[in-house]
Design a protein around this ligand. Structure first.
Ligand code: FAD
Length: 278
């Protein structure tokens, strides 16, 4: 499959053997899109550490580079060093460097890192250029930021510490993306800012999830889904069409690549990519 721009796919580490088999099946199917890399998330406070490591190493052995997400909040320099050494020794060449969130109920940081920029600086100082470093970006602002301007300054600080590229939180407003990119460029930062694309497989779940992570669902989009009523076929089709149009608009607006939140399934993402490549 010849996608119009390079793509990458995100997975989460499965909890069961059956989940792992499903992940490998989706991984094999998504390879048809010639992705640049696959990434594997990391649970809050390191709760999925061993599963993330095992998943990423298995994926990396299957022909396409795999990148672990690594959140630093609550971690010590030593534990992060040990983890990065394991990844380096296993041939991993890219890290998605994050602050992460403390598990609910925990206060303070209780660790050696306060922000993702601290982790980027640490990776560069201890491991030089061993890893390409991805960081997170929030075109609609990180939910805890004081304001968009400060959040963009904090984003640029991650690039100044050595991040090579960024992946965004998902969003449905092209202008939020173009505005974010233009503000970042005004600050002299030129790293790739790759839109994170969330396929819509279950609209009600998406609404719940989006509230929690601060992604805005525009009114026109809510109304379009409401107009489908209970017609699941129409809802599905609308979800695909809407994301295909979003991807086209983003590419036209200069998005250099696309990163898909696969949710460990191949069909929703492939349905979008097939329409996008036509
Ligand atoms: P940071 O960049 O550190 O920013 C966090 C907040 O602190 C922002 O509001 C920022 O403006 C502010 N800030 C930054 N620097 C400073 C400073 N010097 N002074 C004051 N304020 C500052 N979470 C997981 O647990 N596991 C994952 O695998 C995971 N993967 C993700 C992948 C992507 C692509 C994205 C977009 C998010 C992911 N997350 C993941 C969620 C992420 O961990 C949370 O959004 C977290 O709250 C912020 O992480 P960050 O790396 O963006 O933090």
């Amino acid at each position: 499959m010849n996608t119009p721009v390079p793509v990458s796919f995100e997975f989460f580490p499965p909890k069961t053997d059956a989940g792992f088999d499903n992940l490998l099946k989706a991984h094999t199917e998504l390879k048809a899109a010639n992705p640049e890399f696959f990434s594997v998330t990391y649970g809050a406070g390191g709760s999925t550490q061993e599963r993330t490591i095992n998943t990423v190493i298995e994926m990396n052995s299957r022909g396409v580079p795999a990148a672990p997400h690594l959140s630093c909040i609550g971690s010590t320099l030593d534990t992060v060093h040990e983890l990065l050494t394991r990844y380096k020794d296993a041939g991993i060449k890219r890290i998605v460097a994050l602050r992460g969130d403390l598990p609910s109920g925990m206060r303070g940081t209780g660790g050696d890192f306060n922000y993702a920029s601290d982790l980027v600086r640490y990776i560069k100082s201890e491991f030089g250029d061993a890893f390409a470093i991805e960081v997170a970006a929030y075109p609609e602002m990180h939910p805890q930021a004081d304001n968009l301007d400060k959040d963009i300054d904090n984003f640029v600080a991650k690039a100044q510490e050595g991040a090579d590229s960024a992946i965004t939180q998902y969003f449905y407003s092209v202008s939020a993306y173009t505005n974010f990119v233009s503000e970042v460029r005004k600050r002299g930062c030129d790293i790739d800012i790759v839109p994170g694309i969330m396929p819509i497989t279950n609209y009600s779940n998406l609404v719940r999830f989006s509230d929690a992570c601060g992604a805005d669902i525009p009114r026109w989009m809510r109304k379009s889904f409401e107009a489908c009523g209970d017609d699941s076929k129409r809802i599905h089709q609308l979800g695909v069409d809407l994301i295909v149009n979003l991807c086209k608009d983003l590419i036209a607006a200069g998005a250099p690549k696309l990163h898909f939140y696969s949710m460990n399934r191949s069909e929703p993402t492939l349905a979008i990519l097939e329409k996008l490549t036509k």
